[in-house]
Design a protein around this ligand. Structure first.
Ligand SMILES: NC(=O)C1=CN([C@@H]2O[C@H](COP(=O)(O)OP(=O)(O)OC[C@H]3O[C@@H](n4cnc5c(N)ncnc54)[C@H](OP(=O)(O)O)[C@@H]3O)[C@@H](O)[C@H]2O)C=CC1
Ligand SMILES: Nc1nc(=O)c2c([nH]1)NC[C@@H]1CN(c3ccc(C(=O)N[C@@H](CCC(=O)O)C(=O)O)cc3)C=[N+]21
Ligand SMILES: [Mg+2]
Length: 294
């Protein structure tokens, strides 16, 4: 059987249209236009795609976008200064500092400098702490997008066996937390996991966030499992012409589609949902900062 393809692009469009309605109502009833500030240091190619899509969609939903670009050799102090300025700017409701930062910068110090109420990435220790303890913080965009797709496709997740492959602070760990909150039985796999194929084979839900092109093989996937592929890997595509590239996920898509009940494509899966959730978090942050109940 061939898997249902979860259309992240279409789902993201519907999330954005809800966000646009909220933005309209904030403007009309409260005279507030949500503002998202994005800080980029250096030129990571993966980040460029993300930022390009984000800039366009911020204005499409009627929000203000503020962009600050710095060369790779900028001093950390200058970025910290900008973050403090944005923390104190009432026109800015959300702040995102694009990762990775250049090696000479302390990523943690910069993330922790962001006011937790404006941390729309959900990376601040206050927000990860709130997520871990069942509190009301801001949830990281990529895991939130994955979770919304899973809920939309499966409904109740309770009792399902889920595996998250990858344990980064920005994807794997918060993803596992959301699945646990939804009462899944959660396994977190990583580079030291002994028998990854056997672990994956038990899972009703597989979330792949490894960063290695198609490393999760299709024949590991249990019959009818739901597969969420977070990976964004640019690989050479000489068949498209010299020097061309294409995007693939962390899952061997063609073969996984034969076993899975449903699967997210790359591109067109998790990526668009991440941006939609960033806009959603910015609206959520705006409501909370202004003590407005939705
Ligand atoms: N679609 C989107 O919106 C987004 C996509 N991404 C993509 O998701 C992927 C993961 O991102 P991120 O979490 O930041 O990546 P990291 O590099 O921070 O983490 C990768 C994780 O994968 C684990 N890993 C590496 N090799 C193996 C292996 N052979 N077997 C099992 N586990 C392994 C690592 O284990 P260990 O901890 O032991 O080293 C680590 O926990 C990337 O492709 C990235 O581009 C990321 C963010 C957003
Ligand atoms: N502070 C911070 N927060 C992040 O959330 C963050 C980050 N830094 N750094 C980089 C990663 C990566 N990431 C992506 C989001 C969307 C797409 C995306 O829109 N992808 C589309 C289009 C891809 C294309 O066509 O090239 C898709 O998958 O369909 C990609 C990558 C967010 N990240
Ligand atoms: Mg990383």
């Amino acid at each position: 059987m061939s898997a249902h393809i979860i259309d992240g692009k279409a789902f993201a469009a519907s999330v954005r249209s809800d966000v646009a309605k909220d933005v309209q109502s904030l403007k009309q009833k409260h005279g507030i236009t949500p503002g998202l500030a994005v800080v980029i240091v250096g030129e990571d190619p993966a980040s460029q795609v993300y930022v390009r899509n984000k800039v366009k969609q911020t204005s499409e939903v009627g929000m203000n976008g503020f962009h600050f670009e710095y060369p790779a050799d900028t001093q950390e102090e200058e970025v910290l200064q900008k973050v403090h300025e944005l923390n104190n700017d009432p026109a800015v409701n959300g702040i995102l500092v694009q990762l990775p930062l250049p090696d000479h910068m302390n990523e943690t110090a910069i993330i922790e400098a962001i006011s937790p109420e404006k941390d729309v990435d959900g990376f601040h220790v206050v927000n990860s702490g709130l997520l871990a303890t069942g509190g009301k913080g801001l949830v990281p965009c990529t895991p939130l997008g994955c979770y919304l797709m899973l809920k939309d496709h499966l409904g109740d997740l309770s009792g399902k066996k889920a595996i998250v492959v990858g344990r980064s602070n920005i994807v794997g760990k918060p993803m596992a937390q959301l699945l646990l909150d939804a009462s899944c039985t959660v396994t977190i796999a990583h580079s030291r996991t002994k028998d990854l194929p056997a672990e994956v084979a038990q899972a009703d839900i597989v979330v792949a966030a490894v960063g290695r092109p198609e490393m999760i093989k299709g024949d590991w996937i249990k019959q009818d499992a739901t597969v969420i592929d977070v990976g964004i890997n640019r690989i050479p595509a000489p068949e498209r012409g010299q020097g061309k590239h294409r995007l693939v996920g962390d899952v061997e898509y063609a073969t996984a589609s034969e076993n899975a009940g449903a699967i997210t494509p790359v591109p067109g899966g998790v990526g668009p949902m991440t941006i939609a959730c960033l806009l959603k978090n910015t609206v959520t942050a705006t409501y909370r900062q202004n003590d407005i109940k939705k």
